[in-house]
Design a protein around this ligand. Structure first.
Ligand code: BEZ
Ligand code: FE
Length: 286
């Protein structure tokens, strides 16, 4: 065995794992060990700093529950999630963005034209657009799965103790024969990511704010196409230039247009909107 020192150690650790030659697991594990060791050597990490990292992870585990995944939040504020989204966006398709912690896979199915926010205060908006493939062909029967915060920046799932139904402000729409989707809802407000835990401490230490720009979440699905998880943001709104989790992409910013009283929108809607936006989604083949 070679003498173990700070330079031979890295190979020794990699060799200690008997991973399948040519496997993705071997590739990822070895690359991770290389980068972890390089980081440690380059920064001359002290024992106190090393323990600081381990305690941060311990604290993330301690505060996590089935409803709160502090490691995902850490990934979000460090831009790790955004980087994975960017790397996995396929040419020509709508850019991906954060899933966030509030997705439910059993959102109610809604008919086109439905209102997602009956009885809720706020600016009523019409969301409409077309789901297309990368050649521009409209995709009929695509699923537009959406969820969002309300007009005060709260997700109903966060307010269940106050009697809110976690399935409110979310729904699955199916595009019509022209690939169109349309529904009304309330304009969401910005809100803060949870900052009462270790990730909040990290943000405060770095003098960072915890605010997310107002957004609507979407997952788009169609048979034969890659699912896209993304968000739509609004032009000239607060935090759109410095979202706490780096979720905003230029291509995901839409502009709201006022709807005039009595304006014929040509759509069967449950509720009359004050404003509207149009956003088309593009799916790339599987
Ligand atoms: C969200 O978009 O809902 C979200 C994303 C990251 C952290 C917290 C919330
Ligand atoms: Fe969100």
């Amino acid at each position: 065995m070679d003498k173990l020192n700070q330079f031979t150690l890295t190979e020794a650790v990699k060799d200690s794992f008997k991973t399948e030659e040519g496997s993705r697991f071997k590739f990822l594990l070895e690359s991770f060990i290389d980068h972890l060791h390089d980081f440690t050597r380059e920064t001359n990490l002290t024992h106190a700093e090393w323990m600081g990292v381990l305690n941060f992870m311990y604290d993330c585990g301690k505060i996590s529950t089935p409803e709160r995944h502090e490691f995902i939040l850490a990934s979000d504020v460090l831009g790790f999630s955004a980087l994975v989204d960017m790397i996995n966006t396929r040419g020509g398709g709508t850019e991906g963005s954060n899933l966030g912690p509030f997705y439910l896979d059993d959102a109610p199915e809604k008919a086109l034209g439905a209102d997602l926010a009956p009885g809720r205060d706020g600016v009523t908006i019409l969301a409409k657009g077309v789901v297309r493939d990368i050649l521009g062909k409209p995709l009929a029967g695509a699923i537009v799965d959406t969820w969002q915060a309300d007009g005060s920046g709260t997700y109903p799932i966060q307010e269940q103790e106050r009697g809110q139904d976690k399935h409110d402000l979310r729904g699955k729409f199916t595009t019509n024969e022209n690939g169109e989707y349309y529904y009304t809802t309330v304009l969401p407000k910005p809100y803060t990511v949870p900052f009462d835990g270790p990730v909040g401490d990290l943000m405060r230490a770095g003098k960072r704010h915890p605010w997310r720009a107002a957004h609507l979440h979407y997952i788009l699905r169609a048979a034969g196409y890659r699912d896209i998880t993304t968000e739509v943001f609004f032009e000239n709104t607060e935090y759109v230039d410095n979202d706490a989790v780096f979720g905003v992409r230029k291509s995901l910013i839409t502009s709201l247009k006022p709807v005039k009283k009595g304006q014929d929108l040509g759509l069967p809607l449950e509720r009359t909107p004050d404003a509207m936006f149009e956003f088309d989604f593009v799916l790339s083949p599987e």
